[in-house]
Design a binder for this molecule. Structure first.
Ligand code: GDD
Ligand code: MG
Length: 348
C-alpha cells in the first residue's frame, strides 16, 4: 500500500501579500483554478489514490479561510507548528497504527512540477528503492548557489538511485559555491519516500526526545482504538514535540539515505521571481496575472487582485496588488519580501 503525506503547515511568507497567515501559499490558486495543494494531489494520480492521501497542517486551517480547501482530505491537525520532523513522525505513526507498514510519499504542498511523466518515473524508482528499507530523496541539478535548500552529495554514475554520502541543509553561500564546483551535489527537492517503519526507526535513533512524545501519543491512540480519532491525543501532547525539520533532524545524520536523480521541471515557487519564471511571458519578458494593463514594459511581474493595475514604461519590477496591501519590489530582489514580513511582524 502506498500513502501520500502532504506537508501543508508552512506559512509561505515569501509570497506576501498574497500569501497570508490565514491563507498561506499552499492554498493559493497561483495557476489556473487548482490550489498548489490540490495540484500536488492531482499530480500523484494514478500512483496514489486521493483516498490514500493524508494532509498534515495547522489546526487554524480547519476553521479559517483554508477550511474549504481542506475539506475533501483526511487530515492530521497540529495545534502548534513544530516543523517537518514531528509532522512526518505523526503521519508515519498514524498510518502504521494498525500494524501496516506502508510506503509513504512525503510531499510539500506548495511546489510546482512541470514534467509529469518524468515525475512519475522518478516516483516509481523511489518507491521500489524505499521498499528495500532506505530513506529516498530526489536530487535536482543545482543551477546556482541557493542557500535555502538542502544539498546532497551522491555519485549517481547513470544509476536510477545511489547512496548518499552527505546531506547538508541550508549551507552558507561559500559552501554552496564549493558544492556546485564539486559537481556531485544535488539540491534536495523536499520530497521523500520511505516505509513508515524505516523513518520511525531513524527518528527513534536520531531524535529520541521527539520519539518519546510520539510514543505517548501512540499509547493514547491505542487506548481507544474503536474511536480511531487522531486529534484528542495530538491536541493533548503535540505541543511537547521539539521543533526541528526532517532535514536537520534525520537526513543530515542518517547513513541510510539514497538519492533518485531527476529532471522534472521542479520549482518550490519560493519567491515572486520564481512565480515570474513559471508564468507565461510576452516577448519582452512581462508576466501579467489578473486585470493588468502594461504598455512598453520590460521584465515585469504584475499581479492584480480585484483592481486594475496599469503600468507604462517600467522595467525589472514586481507589483502585487491585494485588497489591503500592494507590494513593489525590483525583479531579482524578491527575497526581500521576507524582510518586509519580519518588519511587519515586529510592528504588530
Ligand atoms: N504540517 C506541517 N507542519 N508542515 C510544515 C511545517 C509544520 O510545522 N513546517 C513546514 N511545513 C511544510 C511546508 O508547508 C512545506 O510544504 C514543507 O513542509 C517544507 O517546509 P519549508 O519550510 O518550505 O522547508 P524549506 O523550503 O525551508 O526547506 C525544505 O525544502 C527545500 C526545497 O524546497 C528542505 O527539505 C530543503 O532541504 C529543500 O531543499
Ligand atoms: Mg519551502
Amino acid at each position: 500500500m502506498i500513502h501520500a503525506v502532504i506537508l501543508a503547515g508552512g506559512s509561505g511568507t515569501r509570497l506576501w501579500p498574497l500569501s497570508r497567515r490565514q491563507l498561506p501559499k499552499q492554498f493559493l490558486r497561483l495557476e489556473g483554478d487548482r490550489s498548489l495543494l490540490e495540484a500536488t494531489l492531482d499530480r500523484l494520480q494514478p500512483l496514489v489514490e486521493p483516498a490514500n492521501a493524508l494532509v498534515v497542517t495547522g489546526c487554524e486551517h480547519a476553521r479559517g479561510e483554508a477550511y474549504q480547501a481542506l475539506r475533501p482530505f483526511r487530515t492530521l491537525l497540529e495545534p502548534v507548528g513544530r516543523n517537518t520532523a514531528p509532522a512526518i513522525a505523526l503521519a508515519a505513526a498514524w498510518l502504521s497504527r494498525k500494524g501496516d507498514d506502508p510506503v509513504m510519499v512525503v510531499l510539500p504542498a506548495d511546489h510546482v512540477i512541470r514534467d509529469l511523466p518524468a515525475f512519475h518515473a522518478a516516483l516509481r524508482q523511489a518507491i521500489a528503492a524505499a521498499e528495500q528499507g532506505a530513506l529516498i530523496t530526489f536530487g535536482i541539478r543545482p543551477t546556482h548557489p541557493e542557500t535555502g535548500y538542502g544539498y546532497i552529495r551522491a555519485v549517481t554514475d547513470g544509476r536510477t538511485d545511489a547512496p548518499v554520502e552527505r546531506f547538508t541543509e541550508k549551507p552558507d553561500v561559500a559552501t554552496a559555491e564549493a558544492f556546485l564546483a564539486d559537481g556531485h551535489y544535488w539540491w534536495n527537492s523536499g520530497m521523500f519516500v520511505w516505509r513508515a517503519s524505516t523513518i520511525l526507526d531513524e527518528i527513534q535513533r536520531h531524535l529520541p526526545d521527539l520519539y518519546e512524545v510520539l510514543e505517548r501519543i501512540r499509547a493514547e491512540w491505542r487506548r481507544e482504538p474503536e474511536r480511531d480519532d487522531p486529534q484528542p491525543a495530538i491536541e493533548a501532547l503535540f505541543h511537547e514535540m521539539p521543533s526541528i525539520s526532517i532535514d536537520y533532524g534525520v537526513l543530515e545524520r542518517s547513513e541510510n539515505v539514497r538519492l533518485v536523480p531527476c529532471d522534472i521541471g521542479w520549482s518550490d515557487v519560493g519567491s515572486w521571481d520564481a512565480v515570474h519564471d513559471l508564468a507565461e511571458h510576452d516577448t519582452r519578458g512581462n508576466a501579467a496575472q489578473g486585470n493588468v494593463l502594461a504598455i512598453d514594459c520590460d521584465n515585469t511581474l504584475i499581479h492584480a487582485g480585484k483592481r486594475l493595475v496599469a503600468a507604462a514604461g517600467v522595467r525589472d519590477l514586481c507589483v502585487v496588488e491585494t485588497a489591503d496591501a500592494v507590494l513593489v519590489v525590483p525583479r531579482g530582489e524578491t527575497q526581500r519580501v521576507r524582510d518586509l514580513v519580519d518588519e511587519l511582524n515586529r510592528r504588530d
